[in-house]
Design a binder for this molecule. Structure first.
Ligand SMILES: NC(=O)c1ccc[n+]([C@@H]2O[C@H](COP(=O)([O-])OP(=O)(O)OC[C@H]3O[C@@H](n4cnc5c(N)ncnc54)[C@H](OP(=O)(O)O)[C@@H]3O)[C@@H](O)[C@H]2O)c1
Length: 251
């Protein structure tokens, strides 16, 4: 019998997702390296080595999602771990400093098209992948879903006048993570009667493309809570929202 766990990490061709995929492979997990771009996915999987398998997956494309699910069913017949990691912070091609980004992301001036595009990836993309992969997760005896969110989406923290980063709370990226948290709560409640676990994790402010490499943590640091939670066994918790190491983030 095949006891190797099979994982899908979305947006795993770079950043936190890449590092998570790499570390899961190092822990003996077979990882489907999700990438919307085929070549970038192949390059990432090759860089990780045996145990990493590239899979084309654009979380905003229904056909891509269903083709990925069909491929996983044909190849493995199940999925043990789903890491919903793919996200965008904005839609502008050129690099903007965090300061510029904040100035143009206020409720009064943020582009509605940009808000819709961000939510399409960060919220609806996660829900769509969940719906497509749930039948495969149900085929596992020990399935877990880890949704990669952010403390910037915490309503409790941002409603607190003493929270230093609250001036950056925006209808785009920040509120997309709030919505992701809400959608994740719906998943948690739906799956409570089952053995499928659902956890939310924040990497913390990490040096990646998402923030123009202005993050303060390395990708290794940013990935460790995602990896820790992803590797929790059947007796591990469901319904948590944490950052390193197992520190609870208020919803
Ligand atoms: N970095 C931080 O400070 C920080 C803090 C808190 C939370 N997070 C969260 O951590 C997760 C990973 O972000 P990161 O910092 O590693 O950013 P990143 O380096 O920009 O990586 C994001 C990944 O998502 C992929 N992606 C974007 N849109 C996609 C789509 N439609 N379909 C499939 N994949 C798509 C990107 O693919 P391409 O390479 O093709 O663009 C990339 O692989 C995100 O959920 C983010 O919100 C990050």
């Amino acid at each position: 019998m095949d006891h190797v766990r099979v994982a899908l990490v979305t947006g795993a061709n770079q950043g936190v997702g890449f590092e998570v995929a790499k570390e899961l492979v190092a822990h003996g997990v077979t990882v489907l390296v999700g990438s919307r771009n085929v070549e970038r996915g192949e390059a990432a999987a090759q860089q990780i080595g045996p145990g990493a398998i590239p899979i084309q997956l654009d979380v905003t494309d229904a056909a891509s999602i269903s083709a990925a699910a069909d491929g996983i069913r044909t190849e493995f017949g199940r999925l043990d771990l789903l890491v919903n990691n793919a996200a965008i912070s904005n839609t502008s091609a050129g690099a903007r400093s965090l300061q510029e980004y904040t100035a143009t992301s206020r409720a009064s001036n943020v582009s509605l098209d940009e808000v819709r595009a961000i939510w399409e990836t960060n919220v609806f993309g996660v829900l769509a992948v969940y719906q497509a992969m749930l039948p495969l997760l149900r085929e596992s005896s020990d399935a877990r879903i880890v949704n990669v969110s952010s403390g910037v989406g915490s309503l409790t923290m941002n409603a607190d006048p003493s929270y230093p980063s609250r001036a950056m709370f925006s209808p785009g990226y920040s509120a997309s993570k709030t919505a992701l948290n809400a959608v994740t709560l719906a998943m948690m409640l739906e799956l409570e009667p089952t053995d499928i676990k659902v956890n939310l994790v924040s990497p913390g402010f990490t040096k990646t493309n998402l923030n123009g490499y202005e993050g303060t943590q390395s990708v290794e640091e940013g990935s460790r809570e995602v990896v820790r939670v992803a590797l929790l066994g059947p007796d591990g918790p469901t319904g948590t929202f944490t950052r390193w190491e197992n520190a609870t983030i208020p919803w």
